[in-house]
Design a protein around this ligand. Sequence first.
Ligand code: GLY
Ligand code: MN
Ligand code: MN
Length: 426
Amino acid sequence: MRYQPIPNRLFVRNRKNFIAQMEENSVAIFFSNDQSPRNGDQFHPFRQQSDFFYLTGIDQEKSILILAPNCPNKNLREVLFVLKTNKIIETWEGHKYSKEEATKTSGIEHVFWIEDFDVSLKEVMSFMNNVYLNGNEYAKFLPDVETREIRLGKELKAQFPFHNYHRSAPLLTNLRLIKSKEEITVIKKACEITNKAFRRVLRNTQHGMLEFEVEADISYEFIRNGANGHAYSPIVASGKNACTLHYVENDKKLKKGDLLLMDFGAEYANYSADLSRTIPVSGKFTQRQKDVYNAVLRVMKEIKKMYIPGNTIQDINDTTNDLMQEEMIMLGLFTKEELDKQPDLYKNYFMHGTAHFMGLDVHDVGSKFEPLQPGMVLTCEPGLYIQEESIGVRIENDILVTENEPEDLMVDFPIEVEEIEMLMNE
Ligand code: GLY
Ligand code: MN
Ligand code: MN
């Protein structure tokens, strides 16, 4: 792996915490992700299923985990199945886990080859009444293709129709929302790499470059620092492109008077960072750009204080919207009277939420109604998008909720106008 191994005590603890939420007489089954087909004989780069990684640390395709804590056969209470490698696989694809390595990574004593799964499962199922299966329950996410866990989960239900089936997802969401010390260390590393990339961009960006050249600088810094790559498709949007929220073409030329909005984050050991910064292509903000930028920054500084136990993402969004409306009036985008008549007017200039959970996935599990607790990591990302002026500003940091003050994991990233201008002109 490109990353430093995560201590297996994290995965041991995660399984223990999952098991503690299971009903008696149950088995939980988890599948790794598919190798997603691309075209011809190619696959997309493999990315482990996040819950599977959370429970095992195993970063390899064709793996299965069984948890059956009450199984009378002690050898089947916690079993990891991995691909049985051979000379041909080693020669063509490279190294795969040995049983010993899989044990060391996951802390699971009983590691079997994947071809033994059917017979082991049949035995476990003969003792158990309840089966926990997992699925991606991310709200409003509707992919066309089935994941491996859905496909194999359906097969299991067909093979064992008389068991009671339960959802693992709510149990995992409860756990994944609160980041352990080991996870926070890894998220901080993803942030540190992202900071290096941003500083490289500040040094190198000039008018005349193409947006993808900036993207290349970011990717360069990610890869040379051991990140898997980008945690999501990076947005490098100059001028009016910044007003397209999910702009990922990144193929336009940087023009002198334009702003450049970037939203990118490294993925390290399968954990994300999520950063947005907006900089002037020329190295100097115009007065108007500075006014808009500082309006967003003021809101961010104020809203960051809300990342404390008890508040919800919904509360954060609502307050941001209120503050942002005041800033919009001061920027002359509309008057108070116009807003009173048309309360949704602000949505023309700020149309997304301010926070989401972050962790193994950039948009991590957890709903906007969840009261914040220590150990949760969220983004803080207010923005302002003025199409008619080709100005789009978003500023985004990642925040750890603690017992006391929120901890900004990006506190040492350049953010003030003067700082950005200075670094661009060194
Ligand atoms: N990069 C995606 C987001 O900021 O939510
Ligand atoms: Mn974000
Ligand atoms: Mn982002």
